[in-house]
Unconditional design. Structure first.
Length: 263
């Protein structure tokens, strides 16, 4: 009975936190640039695509997006109304952000177990963070590299509740998640997995060109893998952080090279 009540509490708090939407009307710009969505039937529909998150809450882009199709724009009206779409509604979307950069998101099915079990905040706050991540499997992930090996950036979801002594810890944990997304990949349309330094070496080994460069030490991003271990044989935290911070460089150097030069 206690488990049922606790699960209900988790659901209620999470729902309340995520159900809030910004339905503010949108005023057309003179230099409006259109993005697009791909619906469940595979149809591309152009329109104004507005990101649901920003630098402070980038995980919100993984849950919802706001969209108004070109065909629904009424230029006689000063402001337009958005529709809010989620991963159950569309397959992917492309938006133009505030820096005029194109951002591409695809619907994927992936559970971020790493963040789910990393309950750094502890207590109820940590349990809610775990719940938020372990129950989110269908979500939008941002495409950062396309090709034979497709790489996505995926943020964990922070806790939706903290109180007392947990507040400062929860805020620090949220800041960490904001600055340290996971990188996941799919090779030739296969299973989506987390991209790590060790995994990068494996997934490029079927290409003689990339394997030769790896063997000769040409990839700088794959060199920094010497592991300092404690007496128990476990990686110390600082070394884990060093290895994880190398993944964006691996994407830019190694995965790009593979996609451009391997069949």
């Amino acid at each position: 009975m206690k488990k049922v009540l606790l699960l209900s509490l988790f659901t209620l708090i999470s729902f309340n936190a995520y159900a809030q939407e910004d339905n503010t009307d949108y005023e057309l710009r003179t230099d409006e640039k259109y993005g697009y969505i791909i619906d469940k039937g595979g149809k591309k529909i152009e329109g104004i695509v507005r990101l649901n998150g920003d630098a402070m809450n980038p995980w919100s882009n993984q849950k919802k997006v706001k969209f108004v199709a070109v065909s629904d724009i009424d230029k006689s009206k000063k402001k337009q109304k958005f529709k809010t779409l989620d991963p159950d509604d569309i397959k992917e979307y492309v938006a133009i952000d505030e820096n005029n950069e194109e951002r591409h998101f695809e619907m994927i099915k992936y559970t971020n177990t790493k963040e789910g079990f990393n309950t750094a905040t502890g207590g109820l706050s940590g349990n809610l963070k775990a719940f938020n991540n372990l129950t989110k499997s269908t979500q939008f992930a941002e495409v950062v590299m396309d090709g034979k090996i497709k790489v996505y950036k995926l943020y964990g979801y922070p806790t939706t509740f903290s109180a007392g002594g947990q507040i400062a810890v929860a805020e620090k944990e949220t800041e960490r998640m904001r600055n340290s997304p996971s990188y996941i990949y799919s090779k030739k349309g296969g299973k989506i997995e987390e991209l790590t330094l060790a995994k990068a070496k494996i997934i490029i080994s079927d290409c003689s060109y990339a394997k030769g460069k790896l063997t000769s030490g040409s990839y700088a991003s794959l060199k920094n893998d010497e592991k300092k271990r404690s007496g128990l044989g476990k990686l110390i935290k600082s070394q884990i952080d060093d290895v994880m911070s190398n993944v964006p460089q691996i994407v830019e150097e190694v995965i790009t090279d593979y996609n451009e030069n391997c069949k």
